[in-house]
Design a protein around this ligand. Structure first.
Ligand code: HEM
Length: 409
């Protein structure tokens, strides 16, 4: 019965994925046919990315971590602890939807209410951070004094990076309040938030889930080395996303060293996990490998410049966020709650691969002579794939659970 409740939260996060994914597809169609009600592409893009970060990956990770904890700590939750985690994850989901509703019409601009002008989306996004701190507190209390095996080690670090990322988010607000003009500080603070949240919190937490599901890989020497390199490189990785010409060379070199360490760290974990031949993890690990190579490549300024001109940024982001993080979450859910948590998972995997391939059509890697309007029409229709596949997963999962009489699921 207790399992059922965290499992339902997983399905709720998947429902949010459907909304955020539909928003992504809507952007593609909007670029072809226009946006209704005066909505702006940039604001919809912020609404999409924030909902994916705050309402899909973050609560899904929280539900999966909570689902694994009793097995790893050897301590079953008390009903009170379980109720607190549940309230926390529900709050995280609701606050993400609040931020989405604010980003869609206003983006980062000020909304006017009578004589008052407020950055409503920034306020809503900041409230999300409070829910994350609450999760960290609950996690800390649930794992206090427990011997740290690899998954717990990685989750401790992941939550540490969540705190570091939130410092970036607070700094953005402070910098704009103090009216600091040098663009380096606002760009650096934004990337401290975005990159540390995705490469730190998401990646380390997902690796923790992968080792929880494949404990035989956790003792591999490359897993140990890989974790140390990641933890050393991640705090400065965001510097690589700041344009090269905005930074003094020594600062850039620190970022590049961080990039090399992170690439090696990801490679080490890839080797360790791969050595266990984990069933279902092949595609996510392939995208992890791609991300590791790309991180290594962007430590060379000429490559970064080429990738910017080739418009590879959106592809690069989705290799990690959709290819590795999202697909890993579905495999981890299947390992924890069984096949009914993600029925027909292969459809979701296939549709994600199709979206990632379709993004390449929009880059200059695709020959201009073969391009045209059809490329954007194709990308728009293909973007609907993961949304439909996720709707199928949620629908089937609900109906199978209802039919099932298994009391522990
Ligand atoms: C369901 C599949 C998805 C679709 C169809 C989709 C679609 C899109 C589109 C159309 C854009 C704008 C591209 C542009 O600027 O030309 C975008 C940007 C972005 N997406 Fe996704 N996406 C998906 C999944 C995800 C996931 C799972 C995440 C994160 C967990 C994510 C995070 C982002 C981010 C961070 C950006 C860049 C935002 C910015 O530049 O401000 N997306 N996506």
């Amino acid at each position: 019965m207790k399992q059922l409740k965290t499992y339902r939260l997983w399905l709720a996060a998947l429902a949010v994925f459907i909304v955020a994914g539909a928003t992504g597809a809507w952007m593609r169609f909007g670029l072809l046919y226009g946006f209704p009600w005066g909505l702006q592409f940039t604001n919809i893009r912020h609404a999409h990315s924030h909902l994916m970060y705050f309402g899909w990956v973050t609560p899904a990770l929280m539900a999966l971590i909570v689902g694994w904890l009793p097995r790893l700590t050897g301590r079953p939750f008390t009903p009170r602890q379980l109720a607190q985690f549940r309230a926390n994850i529900i709050a995280t989901l609701l606050l993400s939807l609040l931020a989405y509703a604010a980003f869609l019409p206003y983006g980062y601009s000020l909304a006017t209410f009578g004589s008052v002008r407020l950055p409503v989306a920034v306020i809503a996004a900041s409230l999300n951070i409070v829910a994350w701190y609450w999760f960290i507190w609950l996690y800390w209390r649930a794992t206090r004094g427990v011997e740290r095996e690899r998954p717990l080690h990685l989750w401790d670090a992941a939550l540490g990076f969540m705190i570091l990322a939130s410092m970036g988010a607070w700094s953005v607000a402070v910098i704009s309040r103090l009216g600091i003009q040098d663009p380096f500080w606002s760009v650096a603070a934004t990337h401290l938030f975005l990159d540390t949240f995705s490469d730190g919190w998401f990646v380390l937490a997902v690796l923790g889930l992968a080792y929880a599901a494949n404990p035989q890989a956790a003792k591999h020497p490359w897993a140990v080395r890989g974790e140390s390199w990641l933890i050393m490189g991640l705090p400065v990785l965001f510097l690589l996303s700041v344009p090269f010409n905005m930074m003094p060379l020594p600062i850039w070199l620190i970022g590049a060293a961080g990039g090399v360490l992170v690439a090696l760290g990801l490679g080490g974990n890839l080797i360790a996990l791969w050595s266990a031949r984990p069933s279902g993890w092949g595609v996510p690990l392939f995208f992890l490998g791609l991300k590791a190579l790309a991180t290594l490549a962007v430590t060379i300024p000429a490559v970064t410049q080429w990738a910017t001109i080739a418009q590879l940024r959106v592809s690069y982001l989705h290799w990690l966020l959709l290819g590795f993080v999202t697909l890993s979450l579905t495999v981890a859910a299947e390992r924890l709650w069984g096949e009914t948590a993600v029925p027909k998972r292969h459809w979701l995997t296939a549709s994600v691969i199709a979206v990632i391939l379709s993004l390449l059509l929009l880059t200059s890697l695709w020959p201009a002579a073969w391009s045209g309007r059809w490329v954007r029409v194709t990308a728009a229709w293909v973007a609907l794939g993961p949304v439909l596949a996720a709707m199928g997963v949620v629908g089937l999962s609900f109906s199978r659970r209802k039919a099932s009489t298994h009391p522990t699921k």
